[in-house]
Design a binder for this molecule. Structure first.
Ligand code: AMP
Length: 197
């Protein structure tokens, strides 16, 4: 299954995506984790993106598309993936669809974890205290939430129009959110079986 997971920062995407990956046996591909790993390792890519990631704005589409194209070409993604943090702009969504179309695939489900900004901000500030992430300061959190609404939210309509959208109430606890995700994925599996029959 080729899956996407969306939601504002703090919606719990990473936690849920890890579980999905384990249960459905697909790699969890998190664009933010890839960038943070490159920064920590001090690679060329890491040095190029460090200041951008720290300020909470988006890395260029070309760079991200190239990074994800390479990653999706790896053997472990041959039967599916759960993409977390990509696409984040319309240009990225269009590039991803074209990439998949070229190999006869398409996104099966685009999960959207819905939470309001106040809850997101609250959770991110708690995470800042626990994990000390470089971009979890109050100012950067506000920039990231604004970027989500401006740049990323329009993509959700793109998948709604393609009948791939699965909205999930992200304010519930981890188990409650995961239960909704499973229902959405089960429905999608049934739909594709019916379509293939
Ligand atoms: P995340 O961990 O997904 O919140 O990503 C952390 C930061 O990495 C973001 O604030 C952006 O600076 C950068 N980033 C991650 N994914 C993307 C993407 N698909 N497009 C552009 N920038 C990204």
């Amino acid at each position: 299954m080729d899956l996407l997971i969306f939601g504002p920062q703090g919606a719990g995407k990473g936690t849920q995506a890890v579980r999905i990956g384990l249960e459905y046996n697909v790699p969890h591909i998190a664009s933010g984790d890839m960038l943070r790993a490159a920064i920590a390792a001090g690679t060329d890519l890491g040095m190029r993106v460090k200041a951008v990631v720290e300020s909470g704005v988006l890395v260029t589409d070309d760079l991200m598309i190239e990074l994800i194209r390479d990653r999706l070409g790896a053997d472990d993604a041959a039967d599916g993936f759960v993409l977390d943090g990509f696409p984040r702009t319309m240009a990225q969504a269009e590039a991803l669809d074209a990439m998949l179309d070229g190999i006869g695939r398409a996104i099966d489900v685009a999960l959207v974890l819905q939470i309001d900004d106040a809850t997101a901000r609250d959770r991110l500030l708690k995470r800042a205290a626990l994990e000390g992430r470089i971009d979890d300061t109050p100012e950067v959190i506000d920039t990231r939430l604004r970027t989500y609404h401006d740049e990323t939210a329009p993509i959700i309509e793109w998948y709604r129009a393609r009948d791939r959208l699965a909205p999930v109430d992200g304010t519930q606890d981890i188990e409650g959110v995961y239960a909704q995700i499973r229902q959405a994925l089960d429905r999608a599996a049934q739909r594709s079986m019916t379509a293939g029959a």
